[in-house]
Design a protein around this ligand. Structure first.
Ligand code: XIL
Length: 365
């Protein structure tokens, strides 16, 4: 009798969860809170998805900011502090101060951290760009990866190993897809990507290793090129765990539909790789309206929720006021307000927040 009552009580709760079967990814939980989750992280747990955000070291002193961050999110990316120019500004001089503060904050609040990013052409100190000898660059790359991963060993859940290695003629991902001519590509060839992943895996057998890029989520040349690149890496046995779709949506990057995102996720999942949404923001630049933005937040979140291999969604900023798009030259939004996130300037939930929750709980728009 007791058993029947228990099963009957559990049935509606089980129904609210889409079971994820990928063994690499946390099992979804089913509890009362899955129907009316109090926070994003609770809603995410119900689908086996970590919910992430970013942090700058200066924001740690802003109590309102970090309190909300810790309440709502269980995954964190340092917005800038683990980039090469901050960790090794001069050759052989490593500075972990700001990054450690961020990682300590996360650990105190039981938040997992993804390091971002080991090899990238941007926010790279000039001394690396000035290297002209391939062997020297290879040694510098290996030393950077070893020192940095060694310092954070046991405290990072994941690392973006290579960031933004693919280029197309336009930032929306169309035209002549190719490897970006960075110092790494010029001196070491396309193999620098495989090399970086092997170096990273040598340092840590347990941490997740990702390739990360933008405008790879829609139906475009860059997404197709990425797929072929990943297929090659998997065939060669390169130690890669998955891909980060940055998901900076809107000017100047691509605008993907939920269906396009789902399709790109599926073919990557079919390669046996994990997918994360790693830097999501949907901006209103170019005269786009809030209804469009809300619907897209819903549909893209749903694509992740319905994909067993999609394990995390990280938003690139907590509230509209702290978005990088307010000051980034390339945003194409100089006279407009991008307003791309889930909380407004006063840290109040926007409708975009509700649509993310709706997508995770299976409620219609
Ligand atoms: C951005 C940061 O948000 C800014 O604060 C910084 O000035 C420039 O970089 N793709 C990435 C991120 O991989 O590292 C970038 O972050 C945004 C685009």
């Amino acid at each position: 009798m007791k058993q029947y009552v228990l099963i009957a009580a559990l049935l509606p709760l089980l129904a609210c969860s889409t079971a994820k079967t990928n063994p690499n990814i946390a099992e979804p939980t089913t509890s009362n809170s899955c129907q009316t989750p109090s926070t994003l992280k609770v809603a995410g747990e119900c689908k086996g998805i970590m919910m992430g955000n970013v942090l700058r070291q200066q924001q740690i002193a802003n109590v309102e900011h970090v309190t909300l961050l810790a309440e709502e999110f269980n995954y964190l990316t340092p917005e800038n502090a683990t980039k090469w120019m901050h960790l090794q500004p001069e050759r052989g001089v490593f500075d972990y101060g700001k990054a450690d503060e961020i990682v300590n904050f996360a650990q105190k609040n039981k938040i997992k951290v993804k390091g971002h990013c080991l090899v990238w052409h941007s926010q790279l100190p000039q001394w690396v760009d000035d290297i002209t000898d391939p062997d020297e660059l290879k040694t510098v790359m290996e030393t950077h990866i070893a020192q940095v991963m060694g310092h954070f060993k046991g405290r990072m859940y994941a690392w973006d190993v290579v960031n933004e290695a693919i280029k197309t003629d336009t930032d929306v991902g169309d035209g002549n897809p190719r490897m970006r001519k960075t110092v790494f590509q010029r001196l070491l060839g396309d193999e620098y990507i495989d090399m970086a992943f092997k170096m990273a895996r040598k340092q840590d057998p347990d941490v997740k290793l990702y390739y990360n890029d933008y405008s790879i989520d829609a139906d475009n040349d860059k997404a197709d090129y990425l797929y072929e690149m990943l297929k090659g890496m998997v065939q060669r046995g390169v130690p890669i765990d998955g891909v980060g779709f940055q998901m900076h949506i809107g000017t100047p990057n691509n605008v993907a539909t939920g269906a396009e995102v789902a399709k790109n996720m599926q073919r990557i999942a079919d390669l046996g790789l994990e997918i994360i949404i790693s830097e999501m923001d949907i901006n209103l630049c170019g005269g786009r309206n809030e209804a469009w933005q809300q619907a897209l937040y819903h549909d893209i979140t749903l694509a992740c929720a319905e994909q067993p291999a999609c394990s995390a969604i990280t938003f690139w900023g907590l509230n509209d006021g702290s978005s990088w798009l307010n000051s980034w030259e390339g945003a194409g939004c100089k006279t407009e307000k991008p307003m791309p996130l889930l909380f407004d300037n006063k840290y109040q939930k926007k409708q975009t927040y509700e649509e993310v929750i709706n997508a995770l709980t299976g409620r219609e728009l």
